[in-house]
Design a protein around this ligand. Structure first.
Ligand SMILES: CC(=O)N[C@@H](CC(=O)O)C(=O)O
Ligand SMILES: [Zn+2]
Length: 318
């Protein structure tokens, strides 16, 4: 069978071998771990090669990398909408929309049988998120099994999974061109800065991810498993005045506390004259992307999540 999965009598989901894999860096030109790793691997790819696999390291936004900015005209990691991908206008289109169309031609088309099997997209955050993998679907047993494999291989260090399948907050990412999109977000690392611990963590997680794909392609069966994920619930903006200017900062009790419980009544912002603003929700949530530099323009101080345990069926090569 082709694209996707089906269940046999044993409830083992079958997927085609994942032969074509891309590693994207520089989707945001100022997130230096991914930019640097991909540049390294474009010069010498020995470290990322695996038998029977075609693995392509690729710099997705070279103009933004050149300038060391997140983007030139518009955020590439929001640009992969069907509308953009089919837009006419050629050179007149925003640079990142043109680039999205090129990437879609090379690695897609998005949603088609010809699309790449897996795309890893390497990002850094200024938030204290540690190692995070980002999924866009709770239904993809292949990706869930990959998360389970990576978490175990990476232990005792921790690697958390952020699930963004929110109907309104989900966005059209570069990696969404692939059949199995995987985002990698490692921080804290300032924009334009390389930190060795962050760089090395990203490198190790990617190694485990490629090992998983190799084992899968060799025919290993992965038994049913469960994966703890943090599901995106709500975007929290900074308090602002009538002109849209920020009137409070992330509260010191919340700063750097990504993935720690935020309870109703806990302080979340602090005004410039020292007053606390408290979380008004009705239940405990787990904030992440706290004080991410790139999200000031997106009116987001942090995002709340809920912990969930997802079940993944067994998987095996078709
Ligand atoms: C800080 C940053 O760029 N985060 C990524 C998250 C993702 O890849 O889904 C983004 O907003 O596109
Ligand atoms: Zn990014």
């Amino acid at each position: 069978m082709s694209n996707g999965s089906s269940n046999n009598n044993n409830n083992t989901a079958r997927f085609d071998a994942a032969r074509r894999v891309a590693i994207f860096g520089g989707t945001h030109g100022n997130e230096m771990s991914g930019v640097t790793l991909v540049n390294l691997w474009m010069q010498n790819s020995a470290e990322i090669q695996r038998k029977g696999l075609e693995i392509k390291p690729f710099l997705t936004n070279p103009k933004a990398v050149e300038k060391c900015v997140r983007y030139v005209d518009t955020d590439l990691n929001r640009a992969f909408t069907q509308e953009n991908l089919s837009a006419t206008g050629g050179d007149e289109l925003p640079y990142e929309v043109q680039r999205a169309q090129e990437i879609n031609r090379m690695f897609g088309p998005k949603g088609s049988a010809e699309a790449y099997d897996v795309i890893f997209d390497l990002h850094n955050t200024t938030s204290n998120m540690g190692c995070t993998l980002i999924l866009e679907s709770s239904k993809d047993a292949f990706n869930l099994q990959m998360m389970n494999y990576i978490k175990k291989a990476f232990a005792p260090a921790s690697c958390l999974v952020l699930l963004n399948e929110h109907p309104l907050l989900k966005y059209s990412t570069s990696r969404s061109v692939a059949k199995h999109p995987v985002g990698m977000e490692v921080g804290p690392q300032p924009q334009g800065v390389l930190r060795s611990n962050i760089f090395e963590a990203m490198r190790v997680i990617l190694k485990h991810a490629l090992d998983f794909i190799s084992l899968f392609n060799e025919g290993m069966e992965f038994p049913p498993c469960t994966v703890e994920v943090f599901r995106v619930l709500e975007r929290m903006d900074y308090p602002r005045d009538a002109n849209g200017n920020i009137i409070a900062m992330v509260h010191p009790n919340l700063q750097d506390c990504d993935w720690e419980p935020l309870n109703p009544g806990d302080p979340m912002f602090q005004t410039f004259d020292g007053k606390s603003i408290h979380y008004q929700g009705s239940s405990t949530v787990y904030p992440t992307f706290i004080n991410e530099a790139a999200y000031y323009e997106k009116q987001q101080a942090f995002v709340t999540t809920r912990r969930e345990t997802l079940a993944a069926s067994a998987i095996r090569k078709a």
